[in-house]
Design a protein around this ligand. Structure first.
Ligand code: SAM
Length: 221
């Protein structure tokens, strides 16, 4: 893989200095981030920035999230190899690629068809199989494949969309940025015996989740 992977050293440094050094210790997550070629998920011309400690634009006003935040969210999902996972907000497909490394079944929903198409191309180019990309409003979840052991929402909404909680399996974990439009609290929900425990994980800034159970559209309150 070396001659087709000019960024291997950058990727290893990203994992060591941006992610492990800041406290992400799950070896499965670290190995997945060492393996998945993030530069294949950014637009042409941005490859050399792919391993920097920041989000990058992916078109349509959307972003591929900062690697450290991706790592924290992925670790908090506590994925097991047989888990069924729903991602809301496919974007570039990078997060979905990591989920496919760590879980059994991955469904990823993207609202914008152009991004979903590109994400599928990115996943194919990176050699990732096993991600089902769906175009639709992910605030409604994806009932055909529910329930999910883990749900990750990679866009921000004022509250956790009820359908996503409903589609969470017993023992399931949900991670989402919740709060005002600009910056939010990352929260983890755990469903136990039908009750939902809510754990705050810290501050983040994500693009808005736009849909029936999220924000109502550009510029709306
Ligand atoms: N996880 C992505 C990645 O690895 O590149 C980054 C996601 S980006 C920060 C947020 C994405 O959520 C955007 O692509 C946006 O179009 C999408 N989005 C916003 N509202 C949505 C909704 N209701 N359903 C599905 N996707 C949505």
């Amino acid at each position: 893989m070396t001659e087709t992977d000019p960024y291997r050293k950058e990727r290893e440094e990203m994992v060591e200095f941006q992610i492990r050094a800041r406290g992400v210790r799950d070896e499965r997550v670290l190995a997945a981030m060492r393996k998945i070629a993030r530069h294949l998920f950014v637009p042409k011309g941005y490859e050399r920035f792919a391993y920097e400690d920041r989000p990058l634009p992916i078109g349509e006003g959307q972003t591929i999230s900062q690697p450290y935040i991706v790592a924290v969210m992925t670790e908090q999902l506590e994925l097991k190899p047989q888990d069924r996972v729903l991602e809301v907000g496919t974007g570039s497909g990078y997060q979905a690629a990591l989920l496919a490394e760590l879980a059994g079944t991955v469904v990823s929903i993207e609202r914008l068809a152009s991004l979903a198409d590109r994400a599928q191309q990115n996943l194919a180019q990176a050699g990732v199989t096993g991600v089902k990309v769906v175009v639709g409003d992910g605030t409604e979840g994806y009932p055909p494949e529910a329930p999910y052991d883990a749900v990750i929402v990679t866009a921000a909404s004022p509250s956790v969309p009820d359908p996503l909680i409903d589609q969470l399996a017993e023992g399931g974990r949900l991670i989402a940025p919740i709060g005002p439009r600009e910056c939010q609290d990352l929260v983890k929900l755990v469903k136990r015996e039908g009750k939902v425990e809510r754990i705050p994980l810290g501050g983040v800034c994500f693009v808005p989740l736009i849909g029936q159970f999220g924000w109502r559209g550009e510029g709306s309150p």
